[in-house]
Structure formats: structure tokens, C-alpha cells
Design a protein around this ligand. Structure first.
Ligand code: FAD
Ligand code: SF4
Length: 472
């Protein structure tokens, strides 16, 4: 048999040039053409016992959908993906593939070769599907009635799977638009809202109802939910912002990343005055943190016209938790980095406006509980960064609105819901929970993985309950 000559590197994906894209909110990566996708798909070794499947939290048949792309059969590729995920266009764009499927790809194990670009191929198939008509299911399932609280990736996944299993599903969402962080957190230039909306529409087409502007715990109570439904899934995320609590946090110009990004994404702040939710015009912006959220806030500030945008991170590049791709994009767009630096005070003027961030230099000490070396302040190394806007992106915690009205539910020591990793079961029968509200801030694909587990467990629970209730 003739030997196939594989390219050592991934087929590159076209992108908007940095000097152009840092002035607009259009998507940065432009996607593969079918020919580029087929070329990339031909690099896959079609491994038996493929490790990429094992390392995917929703266990997608990766060689299966890649083979279909190679053969130019997009309907089959989409059908294979659809067996495992309700949100392929989203995962193809924002999943940390470099730490999951692509990290263990057998092709990438050889020093000469980069792994197959699995995420980019997933996006190609999902984008092909965006242009296909949506088929709406006419009859709602009658196996039982399930409530999903929160419409982020975890809730949407559970909802889609339960509808496919034959349930009537109602999703309650506190905000005026569904999607959770996909809609209010991740900016348009990484995840266009039309992509999110299209995948949500396909989930609704399975017979799922989504009711927005319903805050469970306020608009309706958990008692009412438990009364009306056979089971429920709590996927309310971890959206409450954390602040460092340093002096000057209440100055005008100091934002949490949640507020800053929500104003831009959900409230279209970048389209002011068309939408009446402006964010302050800034010249010098300091973003505190090193995750994807910090990158998103910094790159959004740049696009809104800030001249100098700096990220202040208390560890070094080696420990940066953000996706590598996002870091590289941010550097290309002119974001500056202050490594091993921590802010210690926000400095204001007489009118209570932020004028500078006082920082201190750090060094790495002994490893902490997370195994990473703990940053330690170097005495006498304080310095000032001029800033009219500071955005704290140092993590989020559990939103208490629902939890405070449902004291029967057991929480763990961090204030998240205490639920089993294997079954998503909580301390209350029929109440399941998963995603960020159980794990703390994590990733889209882990939240989806929990949603899939929950859907199967809820199915078992409801069917067993119905069997037990049958007269003997
Ligand atoms: P969420 O997405 O937070 O959704 C929870 C939903 O529940 C929200 O819509 C909320 O309004 C609703 N809700 C809350 N309380 C109630 C209530 N009482 N009643 C009704 N509804 C309620 N992950 C990645 O994998 N890749 C990335 O690139 C990435 N980038 C990110 C960028 C940003 C800015 C942020 C903030 C996060 C990012 N993440 C990323 C993390 C990822 O988005 C989350 O891990 C994921 O969205 C968690 O999903 P979830 O469904 O558990 O919760
Ligand atoms: Fe293809 Fe890599 Fe998966 Fe093997 S491990 S099937 S080469 S994507």
C-alpha cells in the first residue's frame, strides 16, 4: 500500500489580522473551507482504541466524524457528532482541546508531528450544520416532566438529552437571554452570538421549552418546582464575582469582569448609543488575573478603544491558566503583561475616580494546595501603573439566590452544591446538580459532561419511581 505523506503541522486556519481585529468585535478565527478540513482530516491515523475519545469528557467518536469529513460526507460527520454533543459549534471554538483530546492524540506523540486539529474540524462540521434547516419535533415527550434551572452549557446539554430520551423539559433562566456564560461572558470575537443562538434553537427544536426572566428562588420557589416536576437539574453556574477587597475597590472605574463583560456581551455595550448600556471610555486599562476571563476582558477593552491595556498576573507565564491560543492572540493584539505582580491598592482622585493601580512585585515560593508555587510579595518593590479602568478577573463563586432559599440542600465547604461526580445526585432525591455550581468555575465541556450524566441518571430515577408507584 502506498505510504500517506502527512503534513507535520496542523492545517492553519485563516484569521483576521491583529491590527484589523483589535478594532472590531467580529470573530478572530475564520474557519476551515471543506478542502482545508479534508486535508487536516487526512492527517488522522484512525487509531483503534483512540485515546482522543477517552480524553474527551463527552466521549465523542472523534475518528468517526473525522473519517466522514475526509470522505466529504458532512451530513454523516454531523450525525456522528450529534450522538454525543448538543453544542458542537461552541465546543469547536472554546474547548481547551490542547489539554484534552489533542493532548493525547497519537499523531502528536511523535516529536515531529503536531496533533490533529480536532477542535477546528469539529467547528467545520458544526458550521456546515448552521446553514442546514432546523427540523422541529412536533410531539413533546411523555416519559415524565423535568425542570432544568439555568441555561448554560450544562443545563442545555441535560435538556437536549432528556428531550431526546422522551421527556417534557422546561428550562428556567434568570436572565433575559439563554446560554449562560456562552451568552453573557465569552465575547463575540471568540464565540459569535448567532452561533450560540443557532445551537440553542436546535435544542428547542427537540421539544425543549426555555423560559427566560425566571429567577428560581424568587419568581418561583424550589417547593413549586418539586411539586410540579418529576425531577430537576440545578445548573446555575458560578457567576458571583470575587473581589480582592483591596483599598479603593469602590472607586469609579473599578469593575468586576462579570459586570464588564456582561455589559458588553449581553447588553451590547460595544454598540452604544444603539444600545443604552455603555461601559466607560478608557485610555489605560489594567486587568487583574490570568485566566480566559482576564484575556476576554483585556481584549474587549482594546476593541473599545483603550490605548494601553495591561494584564497583571501574580505568577509567571508558565503558570498562566488561560488557553495558549488566547494568550497568543492577546499578545498579537498588543496587550502588555506584568508577570509576578499583584495589585495592592486602587488610587483615586478627589472625585472618587480611579487614576492608578498600586502594585507589588512577587516571587514564587513553596507549592500551595493546588501544587502550584505560591506567589510571595517582595518587600519594597511597590510601583504604580496609571489606569482609569481596572477589571478584576480573579474568579467567581456560587450565586446564592437559589441556594439561600433552599437550605435543605447540602453544600460543600466552598459553598457549592454537594453532588456526586458519578451521578450528579444531591442530598435530596430527584434533585440533581452539575456544572460550575458543583465544581466551581471550570470549562464548558466539563459542564456539558455533567449535563449528560445527569440526563441519564434522571431518566433512571424517574422510570424507577414510576415503577414503584404502579399498583401491585
Ligand atoms: P453557566 O454558564 O454559568 O450558566 C448558568 C446559568 O444559570 C446562567 O445563565 C445564570 O443566569 C442561570 N441562573 C443562575 N441562577 C439562577 C436562578 N436562580 N434561576 C434561574 N437561572 C439561574 N470555558 C471553556 O471551556 N473555554 C473558554 O474559553 C472559556 N472562557 C470563559 C470566559 C469567560 C468570560 C467566563 C466567565 C468563563 C469561561 N469559561 C470557558 C468557563 C465556562 O464558560 C463555564 O465553565 C461554563 O459556562 C459553566 O457552565 P454552567 O452551565 O455550569 O453555568
Ligand atoms: Fe486521529 Fe489523533 Fe484520535 Fe488517533 S488519537 S484517532 S490520530 S485524532
Amino acid at each position: 500500500m502506498a505510504k500517506v505523506k502527512r503534513s507535520y503541522t496542523k492545517t492553519p486556519m485563516k484569521e483576521q489580522a491583529p491590527e484589523v481585529r483589535c478594532h472590531n468585535f467580529e470573530e478572530v478565527a475564520l474557519g476551515y473551507s471543506l478542502e482545508e478540513g479534508q486535508l487536516e482530516a487526512s492527517r488522522c491515523l484512525q487509531c483503534k482504541n483512540a485515546p482522543c475519545i477517552e480524553n474527551c469528557p463527552v466521549m465523542i467518536d472523534i475518528p468517526g466524524f473525522i473519517k466522514a469529513i475526509e470522505e466529504g460526507d458532512m451530513p454523516r460527520a454531523y450525525e456522528v457528532l450529534g450522538r454525543y454533543t448538543n453544542l458542537p459549534a461552541i465546543c469547536g471554538r472554546v474547548c481547551p482541546q490542547e489539554k484534552q483530546c489533542e493532548m493525547v492524540c497519537r499523531l502528536g506523540r511523535s516529536k515531529k508531528f503536531e496533533p490533529v486539529a480536532i477542535g477546528k474540524l469539529e467547528r467545520l462540521v458544526a458550521d456546515w450544520a448552521l446553514d442546514q434547516p432546523i427540523e422541529y419535533k412536533e410531539v413533546v415527550g411523555d416519559k415524565g416532566k423535568v425542570a432544568i434551572i439555568g441555561s448554560g452549557p450544562s443545563g442545555l446539554t441535560a435538556a437536549g438529552d432528556l428531550a431526546k430520551l422522551g421527556y417534557e423539559v422546561i428550562v428556567y433562566e434568570a436572565l433575559h437571554a439563554p446560554g449562560g456564560v456562552l451568552t453573557y461572558g465569552i465575547p463575540e470575537f471568540r464565540l459569535p452570538k448567532k452561533v450560540v443562538n443557532n445551537e440553542i434553537e436546535r435544542i428547542k427544536a427537540q421539544g425543549v421549552t426555555i423560559e427566560t426572566n425566571v429567577v428560581v428562588g424568587k419568581t418561583i420557589t424550589m417547593d413549586e418546582i418539586l411539586e410540579e416536576f418529576d425531577a430537576c437539574y440545578l445548573s446555575v453556574g458560578a457567576g458571583a464575582p470575587n473581589f480582592q477587597g483591596i483599598k479603593g475597590t469602590s472607586l469609579k472605574g473599578v469593575y468586576s469582569s462579570s459586570e464588564y463583560l456582561t455589559r458588553i456581551n449581553l447588553m451590547h455595550g460595544y454598540q452604544f448609543p444603539k444600545y443604552d448600556t455603555p461601559v466607560q471610555e478608557s485610555k489605560n486599562v489594567v486587568v487583574i488575573g490570568g485566566g480566559n476571563v482576564a484575556m476576554d476582558a483585556a481584549r474587549s477593552a482594546k476593541r473599545l478603544g483603550a490605548e494601553n491595556v495591561s494584564i497583571v498576573y501574580r505568577r509567571s507565564l508558565a503558570e498562566l491558566p488561560a488557553r495558549e491560543e488566547e494568550y497568543h492572540h492577546s499578545v498579537e493584539e498588543g496587550i502588555n503583561y506584568h508577570w509576578l505582580t499583584n495589585p495592592i491598592e486602587y488610587v483615586g482622585d478627589e472625585e472618587g475616580r480611579l487614576v492608578a493601580v498600586k502594585c507589588i512585585q512577587m516571587e514564587l515560593g513553596e507549592p500551595d494546595d493546588s501544587g502550584r508555587r505560591r506567589p510571595v510579595a517582595i518587600p519594597g518593590s511597590e510601583f504604580i501603573i496609571e489606569a482609569d479602568t481596572a477589571i478584576e478577573a480573579i474568579g467567581q463563586g456560587a450565586n446564592k439566590v437559589l441556594l439561600d432559599t433552599f437550605p435543605e440542600l447540602a453544600l460543600n465547604k466552598w459553598g457549592y452544591i454537594d453532588a456526586s461526580e458519578e451521578t450528579c445526585a444531591t442530598s435530596i432525591p430527584g434533585v440533581y446538580a452539575g456544572g460550575d455550581i458543583v465544581t466551581g468555575a471550570a470549562t464548558v465541556i466539563l459542564a456539558m459532561g455533567a449535563g449528560k450524566i445527569a440526563a441519564n441518571e434522571i431518566d433512571n430515577y424517574v422510570q424507577n419511581k414510576k415503577l414503584q408507584e404502579q399498583p401491585v
